[in-house]
Structure formats: structure tokens, C-alpha cells
Design a protein around this ligand. Structure first.
Ligand code: CUA
Length: 359
């Protein structure tokens, strides 16, 4: 048999101490890793009611699993010290112990029930119908960018999803392309919509409409990205959710519902002509100017925070690099290379200035 009384207690205390120290370091490290920089995408800091619900289940499971982990590891370590091979000691074989067997059936049952009840409660809320007054937005996944269509408001935009704070938003998720007659073709691939701080991920399937809803509880910009491998530039399929006060959101809607003013400046007029002559009008809509449906709606592209599906900052230099050779920014991009090769540098500058002026 093992060692005597005091030795056992010391072994137990030392084992528990080592396990707690290692567990604590791991916990601290994971938390730090989740908050690197300002651009973090972390489920640890929920900013919507539903994300908070998911997070509370996560925290509960974390502490229950953590207690099991610490207990099991400490006992394993302690027993291996207490009952290690010693001179003259002999192993004892036992068989059957009703009291122990009932105990180690009962404890896991209690733990599983403690996790299951709040989990099902959260699932019922999250997967249930969105509140009646929810803002309705259709999200369309494309290789490799997100389109946002506000049916009631008549707004179509891309990459930046504007929503008001403290109001539920109900997203209908589609993959494919809307046609000029309003019909929809399922001609894209599977994507996944994920904004870690606002909601768990949900797949965007061709031919199957999925739904997601949440109520943001704080204003700010929340990073999202496609979370399902969808081809060459999957990693460059990002977006932002911009949660605004009701006033700011209303002002944004009112602006989006107007057409951009016709340019009067000579350079901007030349830019608008280049938009047409380079063929951009075939794929892109600018309200009052063009009606293309293949690429992102560019009506107010100048005010977006990013370009190319969230991959580039929206600066004139980055915009020029993007339209000069899309494949060098996003391999596989459906926007062809060489579109502006026949334009002079002045014309390209004008085109970029025109697009940047759309704000
Ligand atoms: Cu879309 Cu990955």
C-alpha cells in the first residue's frame, strides 16, 4: 500500500496546487489571446442579447468542465504519488462497490442536467422566431462578398451592414444572385455568416433560406467574416456590422434612399464617363447611373469603411490597386483584370475620385 497519513496529504495538496496553477495559466492565456488588438473577433464579449445567452451557457460549461478537469487531474497526480511502487507494498484487487458506483453515476447525471437545461433554454430563444418589429434584411452571399438588401427601405448595399441599436434584426440568408425581374438564382456556393460578438455562425446555402436574428445592445463596429470555406478567396470575405443610434441609422437610411447628386466638377464628370466606358456599368449599380447586378451596389461606395469584401481600406490608392488588377488582391475574383488598361492615368484618377465622391 501507499505512504502514511502526512505524506498523502502533502501529495494531495501539491497535486491540487500544480493542477490549479497550470489551469489558471491556460485560462489567462486563452482570454488574452481572444482580445489581441482592436480588431478582435471574440465571443467572450457579447454585444447582443442572443450572443449574451450563448456566452452565459459557455461560461457555465467552462466552470463545470473546469472543476471536473481540476478534480480529475489533481486526483490522478495525487494517486500516482500516493500509491507509487514501494518496497514491501502489495496491490489490492477489489470488485464491485455499490455505493461508489451509484455516486459516480449520480454526479455526471447532475452535471449533464445542469448543462442541458440552460442550453435548451438558449436554443429555444435563439432558434425561435424573431420579434415582430424586427428590422428585415436579406443577406446574399457571393464569392467573395456580402450583399445586404433592406426590402422595406429599398436599400441595397455591400460589406457594411448598418443597423440600429436595441432593435431586433432578422436576417434571411441566401446564396446566389437577384435578377433584374426580381427573381433569384441559386448560382453561388455555401458561405457562413458570422459576427462573433453579435451572434453564432449560420450557413448561407444555395437553394435553402436560413434565418438568424439578434438584438444588438451597444453601438459600434463589429467585425464579421465568412466562416465556411467557399473557394480561393474565402479568407478575404469579410464584412462589418455598424450598430448605430436610432437617429444615426435613420439619417443613414434617408441618405441611402436618395440618388447621389450628379457631378458638376470636371474631373468627377470624367470619372463618371470612365465608369461607363470601362464597362463597370455592366456589373455594378449606382442609383440613377447604372443597373448592373453582378457585383456590389456602388451607390455610396465612397463612405464604406473597406473595399473588396472587407480586405482593403477604402483609400484612393487601394481602390486604384483593386480595380487595376483584382486578381492580385483577391485570387479568383469575378471582377476581371485589365478593365481600366485602356484608360489614361488621368482617367483612372478621375474614376477613383468619382467613386470616392459617392458619399
Ligand atoms: Cu464565403 Cu467563405
Amino acid at each position: 500500500m501507499g505512504r502514511s497519513g502526512p505524506g498523502r496529504i502533502i501529495a494531495l495538496v501539491v497535486s491540487l496546487g500544480i493542477t490549479l496553477a497550470v489551469s489558471g495559466l491556460l485560462y489567462y492565456w486563452f482570454r488574452e489571446a481572444a482580445f489581441l488588438g482592436n480588431d478582435y473577433q471574440s465571443t467572450f464579449e457579447p454585444a447582443s442579447e442572443n450572443a449574451e445567452k450563448v456566452h452565459s451557457v459557455y461560461v457555465l460549461v467552462f466552470w463545470l468542465a473546469g472543476a471536473v478537469f481540476v478534480g480529475v487531474m489533481a486526483l490522478t497526480l495525487a494517486f500516482s504519488l500516493m500509491f507509487r511502487e514501494q518496497e514491501g507494498a502489495e496491490a489490492v484487487q477489489t470488485h464491485g462497490n455499490s455505493r461508489l458506483e451509484i455516486l459516480w453515476t449520480f454526479i455526471p447525471v447532475v452535471i449533464v442536467v445542469a448543462m442541458a437545461v440552460p442550453t435548451f433554454d438558449a436554443i429555444v430563444q435563439i432558434e425561435g422566431d424573431a420579434p415582430d418589429n424586427a428590422l428585415e434584411v436579406t443577406v446574399v452571399g457571393h464569392q467573395w462578398w456580402f450583399e445586404f438588401r433592406y426590402g422595406d427601405e429599398g436599400i441595397v448595399t455591400a460589406t457594411d451592414l448598418h443597423i440600429p441599436v436595441d432593435r431586433a434584426v432578422h436576417l434571411s440568408l441566401l446564396s446566389g444572385n437577384y435578377q433584374a425581374d426580381g427573381s433569384f438564382i441559386d448560382n453561388d456556393v455555401i458561405h457562413s455568416f458570422w459576427v462573433p460578438r453579435l451572434m453564432g455562425k449560420k450557413d448561407i446555402m444555395p437553394g435553402h433560406e436560413n434565418h438568424l436574428w439578434f438584438t444588438p445592445t451597444e453601438t459600434g463596429t463589429f467585425l464579421g467574416q465568412c466562416a465556411e470555406f467557399c473557394g480561393l478567396s474565402h479568407a478575404k470575405m469579410r464584412f462589418r456590422v455598424i450598430v448605430q443610434t436610432q437617429e444615426d441609422y435613420d439619417a443613414w437610411v434617408a441618405q441611402q434612399q436618395t440618388n447621389p447628386a450628379d457631378p458638376t466638377d470636371e474631373q468627377l464628370l470624367a470619372g463618371q464617363q470612365a465608369f461607363s466606358s470601362a464597362g463597370c456599368i455592366g456589373c455594378h449599380t449606382i442609383n440613377g447611373v447604372s443597373q448592373g447586378l453582378v457585383g456590389p451596389n456602388l451607390t455610396y461606395v465612397g463612405e464604406r469603411s473597406t473595399l473588396a469584401g472587407g480586405w482593403l481600406d477604402n483609400t484612393p490608392a487601394q481602390m486604384e490597386a483593386w480595380i487595376r488588377k483584382p486578381s492580385s488582391v483577391k485570387p479568383g475574383s469575378h471582377m476581371p483584370d485589365g478593365l481600366v488598361d485602356n484608360l489614361s492615368q488621368d482617367q483612372v484618377d478621375a474614376l477613383v475620385a468619382y467613386l470616392q465622391s459617392l458619399r
